[in-house]
Design a binder for this molecule. Structure first.
Ligand SMILES: Nc1ncnc2c1ncn2[C@@H]1O[C@H](COP(=O)(O)OP(=O)(O)OP(=O)(O)O)[C@@H](O)[C@H]1O
Length: 535
């Protein structure tokens, strides 16, 4: 990603490159020299402070900070801060022996716990991971209604990302978090917001959650309302109508969930005030930092001008480039990686099928349905046009098939998602508009009719199955046109323990990141699909 259009994001919140050229140079140097390995172990400095005090202190400090001090935030992962060493040493001497012992016991306990759950952290003084949801009351005074709502949802134990990200955010730390698809990241960012914000306040918007698609924004709003049940939070989804006509001055909103474009529109045209926002979440953050979104994100981050804002980035994939961009806007962030970075959930059985050409692909696709299939199935294609073609081919079969892509009206899109959720649709044909974040619990199988355009797209697409501890199956069809790109997908498969033919692994590495070949239109060779309920 180039520098163009990243005026604000790339320059940091208040960062003046000229004025702080030396610091910037040092940061760059440090960054290059101190690259933390993927499976980085625990990096914590020796400093004992109770969690609530620490959080309060942090907040105060952030509020007092002027623009110059923000330069510090460039060293998100620094292992030692020269200016602080003396101070830390003095403090350490003051700490009694007992406290020191207790501190070291905690460090050991935390390290063991993180190892057990595959949590890797970097950052200064990272709070202990949760042992259970009960920790939320004992350590952070969590209100009973929230724990009740979690229990009602059937959640017994926090997932690994929840164990670490919730305490980090509750302690006032910004964070970027990478954890597998379907591993509960949504609750990890929603919970601290609900815990920290006063419900029904008239102060204005205090939390903004950004999602790359309307479907995901709708789903996140619904999840947020479920978690907040019993409290009068004003939780709003930014609809098209609201963005165009909303009278935000007279409207009560505590938490706003939106796609970037709609929010940017409302800021510009409806003078939406985000200056009181305390929490900004970029969900599917790597997507939001892609070229199509980055200008919008830029202006939203700028509009969220509260100096003590806590920003967090969540995704199942987190490329280096995004981490670098994130560092420029975040202060003293905690980096949390669950499992291996940029890998697929190991609950998904992944398979590659060679189909020669487009015609062969259609035959192979039908074969999958003939042999064995358990609805619901999600089928991904590379474009709206191709999705329409496949839909046409299947529409005359006795199969409950539907289609979703960005050209449909909002009502049609909502209906497609609702019907699929409700089990009224068995096969949903989709473009990548549905690839990220969508949580369809029952999906057993994802079929990549067209090879995904990148390894990240592959991880997110197949991540629509194998969620919340369930197993799933992902089948990827490929043709001659895809062979050169296969290695990228195969790497992901191998990393999650799936078998891949050795010739694929021997293919040269491709420099090109995106793969979108032009393809022949989908063959029209109808053979009737089997209806599983008739068997
Ligand atoms: N602690 C928990 N115990 C059991 N299930 C949970 C827990 N937390 C969340 N879930 C469930 O796990 C599923 C996946 O969660 P979620 O959608 O947040 O995943 P995600 O990590 O955001 O995935 P993606 O990367 O695809 O967006 C949801 O159905 C959610 O209700």
């Amino acid at each position: 990603m180039g520098d163009k259009g990243l005026s604000f994001l790339f320059s940091g919140l208040h960062f003046n490159r000229k004025k702080f050229a030396d610091d910037f140079a040092r940061f760059k140097e440090k960054n290059e020299n101190e690259d933390i390995p993927e499976t980085s172990t625990i990096v914590e400095t020796v400093k004992v402070e109770p969690e609530d005090k620490l959080a309060a202190g942090k907040k105060r400090k952030r509020k007092e900070k002027g623009s110059a001090e923000r330069v510090e935030s460039f060293s998100v992962f620094k292992k030692s801060e020269p200016a602080r060493v003396v101070e830390d040493e003095e403090k350490e001497e003051d700490i009694g022996l007992q406290e020191k012992k207790e501190y070291h016991r905690r460090i050991e306990r935390d390290a063991l716990s993180r190892k057990k759950y595959g949590i890797h952290i970097s950052g200064h003084n990272v709070p202990s991971p949760l042992q259970s949801f009960d920790d939320l009351s004992s350590r952070y005074g969590c209100k009973s209604y929230l724990l009740r709502n979690i229990a009602e949802l059937g959640f017994k134990e926090p997932t690994p990302i929840q164990r670490q990200a919730i305490p980090a955010l509750l302690s006032g730390r910004e964070c970027f978090a990478c954890a597998p698809t379907g591993s509960g990241k949504t609750l990890a960012f929603l919970f601290p917001i609900l815990m920290k914000l006063k419900p029904g306040s008239k102060e204005g918007i205090r939390a903004v959650i950004l999602c790359p698609t309307r479907e995901l924004a709708t789903q996140t709003t619904r999840e947020c309302k479920k978690l907040a049940k019993g409290k009068k939070f004003y939780i709003k989804l930014m609809t098209k109508d609201l963005a165009k006509n909303g009278d935000f001055g007279s409207m009560h909103i505590d938490i706003l969930v939106s796609t970037p474009l709609r929010l940017q529109f409302a800021i510009r045209k409806r003078k939406l005030d985000l200056s009181r926002v305390e929490y900004l979440v970029l969900d599917e953050s790597d997507k939001l930092f892609e070229l199509g979104f980055v200008k919008q994100i830029d202006s939203i981050v700028k509009a969220c001008s509260n100096p003590s804002i806590i920003r967090s980035l969540f995704s199942a994939t987190l490329p280096e480039s995004v981490e670098e961009l994130a560092r420029t806007i975040m202060h003293d962030a905690v980096r949390i990686i669950v499992g291996r970075k940029n890998s697929a959930s190991d609950l998904i059985k992944q398979k590659l099928i060679f189909a020669g050409n487009e015609e062969g692909k259609f035959i192979a696709f039908r074969q999958i349905f003939k042999e064995s299939w358990t609805p619901p199935v999600l089928v991904f294609l590379q474009s709206k046009e191709r999705a329409r073609q496949l839909y046409k081919e299947l529409a005359f079969d006795d199969i409950r098939v539907d289609i979703i892509h960005a050209d449909l009206s909002q009502a049609q899109r909502d209906e497609a998602v609702d019907n699929f959720r409700a089990g009224k649709t068995w096969v949903l044909i989709a473009t990548d508009v549905l690839a990220r974040g969508m949580d369809f619990k029952g999906v057993n199988c994802v079929i990549n009719y067209d090879l995904p355009e990148s390894a990240a797209a592959y991880i997110h697409r197949i991540g629509r199955c194998g969620r919340a501890g369930r197993v799933g199956e992902a089948i990827t069809l490929y043709t001659e046109a895809d062979v050169n790109f296969l290695r990228n997908i195969a790497n992901v498969m191998v990393a999650s323990g799936c078998e891949v033919p050795s010739w694929i692994m021997a293919l040269p590495k491709l420099r090109k990141k995106k793969h979108r070949p032009s393809r022949d239109s989908i063959a029209n060779k109808p053979t009737k699909l089997e209806d599983p309920e008739e068997e």
